[in-house]
Write a protein that binds this ligand. Structure first.
Ligand code: XUL
Ligand code: CO
Length: 438
């Protein structure tokens, strides 16, 4: 069989001392830690769009990477790309992939032609996935690239565009179900506004919810048992995106009665664009029972946009995996590398170095998060910090047994509150470093 990455061997675990750039130093897929294999803890996924399609183009320059897979006809490129994706995933021991409809097959001149193309490549991916033992983590529809979506898709001012978006979602759901997908994502790339001067925000948000309800109804009717996700992002490409951050999305889901079917897909770089840490967004999702899946990447502290870099910051991956462990692990979700190569990293092996860096970054994060839990000092500190809510007046507050009059009487009788505790942030940061590097 033709190889698309002949220069790269299968990547195996060689341990932390290995200097082989084509090896895992921390990711040992079948090693059992905390009761299950690492591959089940992490559920790594290839993002088809970045891994197989993105060519390194930016607003100032054309593509630097060849993504033609030895063909020139767009459908032949799509077929070869599917084979190349399997080779890439096999070599990296990646079990899952995520896709947009437009990543796997090019759009045709009409919706009929586009759908026929999706049928063909969908069937090919189904056969290849069975042969290579690959699974779909989630599917989605690209409702942002085509000019028809310039005003939005589910939030467009044009009802015909809304109908077109609905048709596209219907097909993407069918594909996801056919490929055994465990999730379906709504990322509202153009679901927002450029100026409120031309925007009916109430209608746009109501319509978005209508579209999501239709998607849930249809997906359940064709046997979709997985989770729907909204992927929050505050801006880019629109000035303001409605799915701003985890809290905003949770309020939206509850307002429209979508919270039973939807969870969140939290992306690291989207969190930082919203002015939050990655850990903050994961924590908000977790404490609301809505931590579904993760788009694993990182931003750049000096840049104000979505740089989608591969995640290698071990503090971030550790704190992320702590949230995942505290949530009880993934069910249908996983870690999807929504990350792209830098423009100048244009050679075939660069994609392998990148995915190895992300997979090892998160494998190390998982190992470190487990160490934090085993060590127990951080958890013990937090427990102790809120001790006053476990007895006396604190226990009454938590049990809902108090009112303002009683608390006033209590405070009057106390006279003043003497400070009892220090937040000890620096002490805790020392402990974290001790656990990671000590
Ligand atoms: C864009 C982004 C998307 C979604 C899927 O910022 O993250 O690729 O993950 O549409
Ligand atoms: Co994403």
């Amino acid at each position: 069989m033709e190889s698309y990455f002949p220069q790269v061997p299968r990547i195996a675990y060689e341990g932390a001392k290995s200097k082989n750039p084509f090896s895992f130093r921390f990711y040992n897929p079948d090693e059992i830690i905390a009761g299950k294999p690492m591959r089940e803890h992490l559920r790594f996924s290839l993002a088809y769009w970045h891994g197989m399609c993105a060519g390194g183009n930016d607003p100032f320059g054309r593509a630097t990477m060849d993504r033609s897979y030895g063909a020139s006809d767009p459908m032949q490129i799509a077929r070869n790309k599917a084979h190349a994706a399997m080779e890439l995933m096999d070599k990296l021991q990646l079990d899952f992939f995520c896709f947009h409809d437009r990543d796997i097959a090019p759009e045709g001149a009409t919706l009929q032609e586009t759908n026929a193309r999706l049928d063909e490549i969908g069937q090919l991916l189904k056969e290849l996935s069975a042969e290579h033992n690959k699974r779909v983590l989630w599917g989605t529809a690209n409702l942002f690239d085509n000019p028809r979506y310039m005003h939005g898709a589910g939030t467009s001012c044009d009802a015909d565009v809304f109908a077109f978006a609905a048709a596209q979602i219907k097909k993407a759901l069918e594909l996801t179900v056919m490929l055994g997908g465990q999730g379906y994502v709504f990322w509202g790339g153009r679901e927002g506004y450029e100026t409120l001067l031309n925007t009916d925000m109430a209608l746009e948000q109501d319509n978005m919810a209508r579209l999501m309800h239709m998607a849930v109804d249809y997906a359940r009717s064709i046997g979709f048992k997985g989770d729907f996700y909204i992927e929050p992002k505050p801006k880019e490409p629109t000035k303001h995106q409605y799915d701003f951050d985890a809290s905003t999305v949770l309020a939206f889901l509850r307002k429209y009665g979508l919270d039973k079917d939807f969870k969140l897909n939290i992306e690291a770089n989207h969190a930082t664009l919203a002015g939050h840490t990655f850990q903050h967004e994961l924590c908000v999702a977790r404490i609301n029972g809505a931590l579904g899946s993760i788009d694993a990447n990182r931003g750049d502290e000096q840049l104000g946009w979505d740089t989608d870099q591969f995640p290698t910051n071990v503090y971030d991956t550790t704190l992320c995996m702590l949230e995942v462990l505290r949530a009880g692990g993934f069910t249908n979700g996983g870690l999807n590398f929504d990350a792209k190569l830098r423009r100048a990293s244009w050679q075939g092996e660069d994609l392998f170095h990148a995915l190895i860096s992300g997979m090892d970054g998160f494998a190390l994060g998982l190992r470190m998060a487990l160490r934090v839990l085993e060590d127990g000092r951080l958890d013990a500190f937090v427990r102790e910090r809120y001790q006053s809510f476990t007895t006396g007046i604190g226990a009454d507050i938590v049990a809902g047994k108090t009112n303002l009059q009683q608390l006033e009487a209590y405070a009057l009788q106390k006279g003043e509150v003497a400070p009892r505790q220090s937040g000890r942030q620096e002490y805790l940061e020392n402990i974290l470093n001790d656990i990671l590097f000590g």
